[in-house]
Ligand binder design. Structure first.
Ligand code: F6P
Length: 355
């Protein structure tokens, strides 16, 4: 029992409900928490809940849908459609956004979400999560595509749920980043991680190194310097982690620092990155920036990118501010024609093209 500790509802009443549309936003976040509790209950049953395994369907990205992807999407869609607080909904699992129509009540917000991120991990019983972004809806009319295509700076709230050994809900309404842990027996989210601050320095990086041959030179430079450790220009050892679940990765970074990179690469030249701008990169960027970290493509602040498509992909480099700033600097030096040749593996002491 956690009597006397702050619940999510109390946090929202104290910090959100007083602002413009605040009571509605607070109520919407309570709805998000309800959907998260339903997904948490389902995912924690594993194979016993009948929700593991794949469907015969693919989503708009061409990815095979897991049963839990579809069930989680339904949980969010129903919650938002019945809640009366949003005017429209967009999801990773749906080709197009859809407007809330009568008999349902239209609310003042738009909800954009990835119902189950990292879902390739489900059958391995590895942590997965949900990510959401809340925008203002247009006044009094049905939302159109352009209403969803807003830069991340226009988000009024963002967050994620992490379904790990514990279920956590981490949110921001632009007043810091705060984490709530689900007390499963009682059914309450309790404020356990107030005002999270990402350490500016870190010795831990997260990247899928199997893509190394497709990376751009500034990323090759940064990672090769980390891997060189004490013997290289960084003069200290680094550690590497890769869970292949962005929510789990970002959460670890919020708790103990680190840098996460899913950079632009040439693996699929038509895709400018792997992660999705509107329901992965933008909400995570707001969470990270509100916790004192940085989030960039390497060349621009992610939250300032003006989206052109609902399922648009983007390069993501986020986390501890000093490390992200270094990667941005390496991109700048590369674009100015200086920098990485002398620190890339090919130009190292035993490299082919020693300068
Ligand atoms: O949808 C995105 C995602 O599942 C992220 O959660 C994760 O960081 C990434 O893809 C993993 O990608 P890869 O399969 O290339 O390791």
């Amino acid at each position: 029992m956690h009597l006397g500790r702050k619940t999510l509802s109390k946090y929202l009443i104290e910090n959100v409900s007083g602002s413009k549309d605040g009571a509605d936003l607070a109520a919407l976040l309570v709805d998000v928490a309800a959907a998260v509790k339903a997904i948490s209950a389902l995912s924690s049953k594993g194979a016993l809940g009948g929700a593991t395994g794949s469907m015969d369907t693919t989503n708009v990205q061409g990815e095979t849908q897991k049963k839990l992807d579809v069930l989680s999407n339904t949980a969010f869609v129903n919650t938002f459609e019945l809640g009366g607080l949003v005017a429209g909904v967009a999801s990773e699992e749906m080709d197009d956004p859809f407007p809330v129509r009568a008999p349902h009540k239209r609310g003042p917000f738009l909800a954009i979400f990835d119902p189950l991120d990292g879902s390739s991990n489900i059958d391995g019983n590895v942590s997965v999560g949900s990510i959401f972004s809340i925008l203002r809806a247009p006044d009094g009319k049905e939302p159109e595509m352009q209403d969803y295509l807003k830069p991340g700076t226009e988000q009024v709230a963002a967050g994620y749920a992490l379904y790990g050994p514990a279920t956590l809900l981490v949110i921001t309404v632009g007043k810091g980043t705060h984490g709530f842990t689900l007390d499963r027996e009682v059914g309450n989210f309790i404020l356990t991680h107030p005002d999270i601050q990402i350490p500016a320095d870190t010795n831990e990086f997260a990247i899928n190194t199997s893509n190394e041959r497709f990376w751009e030179p500034p990323v090759i430079r940064y990672i090769s310097e980390c891997k060189a450790g004490k013997t290289g220009v960084r003069e200290r050892d680094f550690n590497m982690r890769w869970i292949a679940s962005m929510v789990a990765e970002v959460h670890r970074i919020l708790i103990r620092g680190g840098i996460f990179l899913y950079p632009k690469d040439t693996k699929e030249p038509l895709k400018p990155g792997r992660l999705r701008l509107l329901y992965e990169a933008n909400p995570m960027s707001m969470i990270v920036e509100q916790a004192g970290g940085l989030s960039s493509t390497g060349r621009e602040r992610i939250m300032e990118v003006v989206p052109t498509q609902i399922h648009q992909r983007i390069a993501v480099i986020l986390g501890s501010s000093h490390e992200v700033a270094r990667v941005i600097q390496y991109h700048q030096e590369h674009d100015e024609g200086k920098g990485e040749p002398f620190s890339s593996p090919l130009f190292s002491e035993r490299g082919l093209f020693r300068a």
